[in-house]
Write a protein that binds this ligand. Structure first.
Ligand SMILES: [Zn+2]
Length: 198
């Protein structure tokens, strides 16, 4: 089975949701299969669908998006996130100022509401432009990772043909694969072939 087919199958539509952190899944909107790059974001609609899977929806107010604007900004955020996360992982100096541009365009206000049972809930709702409300939460997830994340647990799948990232939340912190079903089994099969041919 093609990896791309498994990746697609795992999430029904689009990028795999196996990073255990929104910032990791952001990077995983680019994958690799048989040495070929897979791009899960090819238009605004695919970015919107991806965001919706994480409960991120466009603000009802504010200007509408220009065609291609969301795609371009989302990809720029992804490139920036990959650069920052890699630099933090390698303990290299990094420039965080560009991330602030995304964070500063994300305005939220406290919002009191009643749930269907009449219980009060307090949350924050967006008062941003469309781009701010859509990419702000993703930028915030990246910022949270940089501030609070343990970068020993920020890992890339060990399979040589895989570029997927994950945050290792397992108890023993021994997670090696993006997914056991995917690369874990590929690795086991390769080991088995090696043993039986020697
Ligand atoms: Zn993998």
């Amino acid at each position: 089975m093609q990896i791309s087919a498994i990746l697609h199958g795992e999430s029904q539509s689009g990028a795999p949701m196996l990073g255990d952190h929104l910032a990791m899944d952001l990077l995983n909107t680019e994958a690799r299969d048989d040495g070929k790059a897979i791009e899960f974001w090819n238009n605004d609609a695919e970015v919107l669908q991806w965001l919706a899977r994480y409960g991120i929806a466009p603000a009802t107010e504010g200007k509408t998006l220009d065609p291609g604007e969301l795609l371009n900004r989302a990809k720029a955020l992804r490139t920036l996130a990959r650069q920052l996360i890699t630099e933090f992982k390698e303990e290299k100096p990094s420039d965080i100022s560009e991330l602030n541009q995304y964070l500063h365009s994300f305005h939220t206000v406290p919002h009191l509401a009643k749930d269907p049972e009449g219980k009060l809930t307090l949350s924050r709702i967006s008062r941003s432009t469309s781009i701010g409300s859509l990419l702000g939460p993703v930028a915030e997830a990246v910022a949270e990772l940089l501030v609070e994340g343990n970068f020993d647990l920020v890992k890339q799948c060990e399979h040589p043909d895989c570029i997927l990232w994950f945050y290792d939340r397992t108890k023993a912190h021994k997670r090696r694969w993006c997914s056991m079903a995917l690369c874990g089994n590929r690795h086991k099969a390769a080991q088995f072939r090696k043993r039986s041919s020697s």
